[in-house]
Design a protein around this ligand. Structure first.
Ligand SMILES: *[C@@H]1O[C@H](CO)[C@@H](O)[C@H](O)[C@H]1NC(C)=O
Ligand SMILES: *[C@@H]1O[C@H](CO)[C@@H](O)[C@H](O)[C@H]1NC(C)=O
Ligand SMILES: *[C@@H]1O[C@H](CO)[C@@H](O)[C@H](O)[C@H]1NC(C)=O
Ligand SMILES: *[C@@H]1O[C@H](CO)[C@@H](O)[C@H](O)[C@H]1NC(C)=O
Ligand SMILES: *[C@@H]1O[C@H](CO)[C@@H](O)[C@H](O)[C@H]1NC(C)=O
Ligand SMILES: *[C@@H]1O[C@H](CO)[C@@H](O)[C@H](O)[C@H]1NC(C)=O
Ligand SMILES: *[C@@H]1O[C@H](CO)[C@@H](O)[C@H](O)[C@H]1NC(C)=O
Ligand SMILES: *[C@@H]1O[C@H](CO)[C@@H](O)[C@H](O)[C@H]1NC(C)=O
Ligand SMILES: *[C@@H]1O[C@H](CO)[C@@H](O)[C@H](O)[C@H]1NC(C)=O
Length: 393
């Protein structure tokens, strides 16, 4: 009896010593900071990288919530690592590569311009904004994902390009109606070209990873040029872009209703695509349970963030509570299965797929063959975002 009591007490003390968090958002953010992630450097060398922008967005929300200056300082350090004093962006970014990904660090520049008033951040933001003026487009007007992928629109690109485009327009050109129209059109074209049609096999009423307007990519479907599968992280990026840009786009512009309608259309289907046992989402959403498919952590965290934020702000009605219930169940699975307490007091984040591209076949076998990693910044940043929303419940 006494031995049992001692064992139980030791167990309690051991778990206290493990830096048991009051807030998973804080624990995850502090752990990534302790590992030096998302600071504008890769192996000590400056890199203009979208996942750093995603993480800085999460740190900004934490800073605004908790007012811990550590987060603001870390954002500044990270941005200063990729922007020179004269506002020029480090050469790992090249305008004429016409890649949307790096632009996701642009909202950080705009945030620092807002907070510090330093002109270097405006110079840097102007350089990114300049890319969009000459960025190649499809005949319908969709930005190509990259110059090397002609006529291809990928869901990922909406998060990378439009959050910056909207924040820039909001902060520096609020009366530029052409820009607001264009941002609206980017979301709309992506939706129309990738939404599964009524007779699609394994119809989840969700959006394929991307499309090729010219129908030449090996993966493009004969009818509409879309890729074969719904990939969780691509849709996660798109959903996060919807809820974030809705905060930025003026309610008086028609685009607000367009984005709202898309969000309201997708949300119940995202809820319904969860795995019934675990409550989280498959890597390849269109092939639930198929051998080799698995529950993927970055896309799942993105959906939790988007669903909870959409309901919290009244963008989506949830009369029976099923959307919030789905997000809560998924969040519970994440904390149980993907959060790993480390011996040194930090936490690690498991099961994030490293890449999902449309540069090869874009089929089921491609997606499941990609490696997963621990502490992939795209995933842990999404977990910070999901946790911030969960902790508002
Ligand atoms: C702010 O965050 C840092 C870790 O990033 C932590 O060490 C520090 O204690 C926090 N400060 C406060 C006032 O909570
Ligand atoms: C803490 O431990 C984890 C797991 O071993 C490791 O990945 C991480 O780098 C360590 N963090 C620090 C700050 O040493
Ligand atoms: C800005 O500063 C960097 C680093 O000192 C330098 O390489 C670059 O030429 C400068 N750009 C301009 C436009 O002055
Ligand atoms: C920028 O990219 C373009 C097109 O990819 C290339 O021709 C050019 O050499 C690059 N410039 C630098 C400085 O790397
Ligand atoms: C910073 O952003 C806030 C919120 O959008 C806005 O009210 C404020 O005017 C901005 N400040 C500057 C200096 O741009
Ligand atoms: C307004 O946005 C459009 C579309 O991006 C752009 O072509 C135009 O140059 C912008 N206007 C100004 C005054 O910068
Ligand atoms: C619906 O999608 C399927 C699969 O991509 C395709 O075979 C079919 O032609 C499409 N039908 C319409 C009306 O677009
Ligand atoms: C439909 O989903 C099932 C179950 O995951 C899978 O085995 C099958 O290959 C899928 N069919 C198509 C055409 O994607
Ligand atoms: C991370 O997940 C993989 C597969 O899902 C598993 O094999 C591995 O043991 C997990 N890592 C840790 C440290 O729990």
């Amino acid at each position: 009896m006494k031995a049992l009591f001692v064992a139980l007490s030791l167990g309690v003390f051991a778990s206290l010593a493990q830096a048991k968090p009051n807030s998973y958002a804080v624990w995850a953010a502090n752990s990534a900071i302790a590992r030096g992630q998302g600071n504008g450097l890769s192996n000590g060398v400056p890199l203009v990288a979208y996942d750093h922008g995603e993480f800085q967005w999460a740190l900004r929300l934490l800073y605004e919530r908790d007012r811990n200056e550590t987060y603001l300082d870390y954002i500044k350090t990270g941005a200063n690592n990729i922007v020179f004093d004269n506002g020029t962006v480090h050469g790992s970014y090249n305008v004429t590569d016409y890649v949307l990904d790096p632009l996701r660090t642009g909202p950080t520049f705009l945030y620092l311009l807002n907070i510090t008033g330093e002109s270097k951040w405006e110079t840097a933001a102007d350089i990114f904004r300049g890319q969009l003026n000459s960025h190649p487009r499809t005949a319908q007007g969709q930005f190509w994902h990259k110059l090397i992928y002609p006529n291809q629109g990928w869901l990922d690109g909406i998060y990378m390009g439009e959050v910056f485009y909207a924040q820039y327009t909001h902060d520096l050109q609020p009366d530029n109606i052409t820009a607001w129209d264009d941002i609206t059109s980017q979301f709309q074209l992506m939706f129309e070209n990738t939404i599964q049609n009524a007779t699609a096999p394994n119809n989840t009423h969700l959006m394929y990873h991307g499309y090729d307007y010219s129908h030449v990519a090996v993966w493009s479907s004969p009818d509409r040029g879309h890729s074969p599968e719904v990939w969780d992280r691509a849709l996660g990026w798109y959903m996060m872009a919807l809820v974030d840009v809705l905060d930025i786009l003026p309610a008086s512009h028609y685009g607000h209703d367009v984005l709202l309608h898309i969000l309201q259309t997708l949300t119940p289907h995202i809820r319904d695509a969860t795995d019934h046992m675990s409550g989280v989402w498959w890597l390849v959403i269109t092939q639930p349970g198929r051998a080799g498919n698995y529950f993927e952590s970055s896309g799942s965290a993105m959906f939790v963030y988007a669903l909870l934020k959409a309901v919290r702000l009244g963008r989506v009605q949830d009369p029976d509570g099923s959307i919030v219930a789905a997000a809560k169940k998924a969040y519970g699975y994440m904390v149980q299965n993907w959060v790993i307490p480390d011996d040194n007091g930090t936490m690690s984040w498991n099961n994030t797929v490293v890449v999902g591209s449309l540069n090869l076949e874009g089929d089921f076998d491609y997606y499941i063959s990609q490696p997963i990693d621990i502490n992939d910044l795209k995933g842990i940043a999404a977990f910070v975002l999901a946790s911030i929303e969960y902790e508002k419940l």
